[in-house]
Design a protein around this ligand. Structure first.
Ligand SMILES: Nc1ncnc2c1ncn2[C@@H]1O[C@H](COP(=O)(O)OP(=O)(O)O)[C@@H](O)[C@H]1O
Ligand SMILES: [Mg+2]
Length: 424
């Protein structure tokens, strides 16, 4: 069987790596892939990115199943295009992907269906937005409505910052169309967790929980990034909280979409803020897996992912029971010099050790030129360590990180600190 994975990041390397473990797989194509997917003999990169051209490719190659990693092709309707041509694909339609591609859509959806989230209002008018900020006070959160590759949210700790964020989006058009409308919402305090499920239109299959590290520097200092590391499971998500998130957020979301006439299929990711009393609220939805959360999650998945995906596209996820490695998986991102503002490209990468029973390195911004691996993006690698304890998983990850070299590499030394500090 041939499978197509769409995307080029660490998430897609991890998905392709896991799919390739299935005995039933002949080839996995990754479009466009990266230096890691280029070096793995079971994977084959193809330089196609246009959704219609990918559908042509899937038809010609008799691809049994396509899995989409990133949000941009989903929001562009790649699932609609594939389905219209009778091709099997796992992901949300363009309509369903609005849960991620429009924050205003997601907020009004949550309000309509009584899904816990921060209080908000949406503005296109500059003066009205400024007036709302003055009325509400700081801290307050300003979000561009559209997709902004992680650069569309300003958590403003004072009024000056809040007004400046609104000017940047609505008046200076720094984010283009994505910032033509802004959601202004209540600041929520607490601890974040990533809650990801698979949905086949009807049935919901939760994946293992995880927690990301958004800030560039240790102790959650420095600018926001795409994510500097993640681990699974996230101990903050106790079995009780898990049940509550399913009951109050995930199930009402899938049912609410159906009520609104949109069948949700694909990965559904709820970004949660959990307050001091353990009450969860939804910060946002993504309609795909997280990056870097996918890397530790895939490292722990024992079940054949091809089989799971087949159930997902056939509407039979209710017959799947996932088996997880009981160990903790800790993913540490190694980023390029200058990340996140202006990542440098072209540094030679050396020293990546082969995969072992307790570590695996996933590539993100890498490319293979003349058999040499170079950096080609902001987040370069994600090293995953596995261990019976959080501490051991962390040690296994950092042992590998220290063996890898490229000039200017940036990484946090404290990935996993929340789980380590937790008293059980
Ligand atoms: N209402 C909020 N209160 C406090 N922090 C928030 C709030 N909304 C978002 N954030 C912070 O901003 C980050 C990015 O916001 P999010 O809605 O996830 O947008 P995106 O991932 O599309 O950039 C979150 O991970 C969280 O740290
Ligand atoms: Mg987010």
């Amino acid at each position: 069987m041939k499978i197509l994975v769409v995307g080029s990041g660490g998430r897609e390397h991890a998905l392709a790596w896991k799919l390739a473990q299935s005995e039933r797989v002949q080839t996995i194509f990754v479009a466009p892939g990266n230096g890691g997917t280029a070096t793995d003999a079971r994977l084959k990169n193809i330089a196609i990115s246009d959704p219609a051209a990918l559908a042509d490719f899937a038809e010609q190659e008799h691809i049994a199943l396509t899995v989409v990693g990133p949000e941009v092709p989903l929001a562009a309707g790649i699932v609609n295009i594939f389905r219209a041509r009778g091709l099997k694909i796992f992901g949300p339609t363009k309509e369903a992907a609005q849960l991620e591609s429009s924050k205003d859509f997601a907020k009004s959806f949550m309000q309509r269906h009584h899904i816990p989230t921060a209080e908000y209002q949406t503005f296109a008018d500059l003066q009205a937005a400024h007036a709302y900020i003055d009325a509400k006070g700081a801290p307050i959160v300003i979000k561009a409505d559209g997709l902004a590759a992680g650069k569309g949210v300003v958590v403003a700790m004072d009024l000056h910052e809040a007004h400046a964020a609104v000017d940047m989006m609505l008046s200076d058009n720094k984010l283009g169309d994505a910032g033509a409308r802004v959601v202004i919402e209540e600041f929520l305090a607490g601890e974040e967790a990533s809650f990801i499920v698979m949905v086949d239109g009807k049935h919901i299959l939760p994946l293992a929980t995880s927690q990301d590290h958004k800030r560039l520097l240790d102790q959650d200092a420095g600018p926001n990034t795409g994510g500097m590391g993640a681990y699974s499971p996230a101990p903050i998500v106790t079995p009780q909280l898990h049940a509550r998130v399913m009951r109050e957020i995930i199930v009402p979301t899938v049912q609410g979409m159906a009520k609104d006439g949109i069948v949700f299929t694909g990965f559904l990711y709820a970004g949660l803020m959990i307050d001091d009393h353990g009450n969860p609220k939804t910060l946002e939805f993504n309609c795909r897996m997280g990056d870097p959360e996918t890397q530790p999650i895939m490292a722990r998945l024992k079940t054949d992912l091809v089989q799971v995906m087949e159930h997902a596209v056939n509407g039979t996820l209710d017959s799947v029971e996932l088996e997880w490695d009981r160990r903790t998986a800790m993913g540490v991102v190694m980023a390029a010099a200058g990340y996140p503002d202006a990542p440098r490209k072209g540094d030679v990468i050396s020293g990546i050790p082969p995969e072992t029973a307790d570590s695996v390195t996933f590539h993100a911004g890498t490319s293979l030129n003349d058999k040499t691996l170079h950096s080609s993006g902001g987040r370069v690698l994600c090293v995953v360590g596995l261990g019976d304890t959080v501490k051991l998983a962390q040690k296994h990850a950092y042992d590998v990180v220290e063996k890898i070299h490229f000039d200017g590499a940036q990484y946090r030394r404290d990935i996993g600190w929340r789980a380590l500090n937790r008293k059980h």
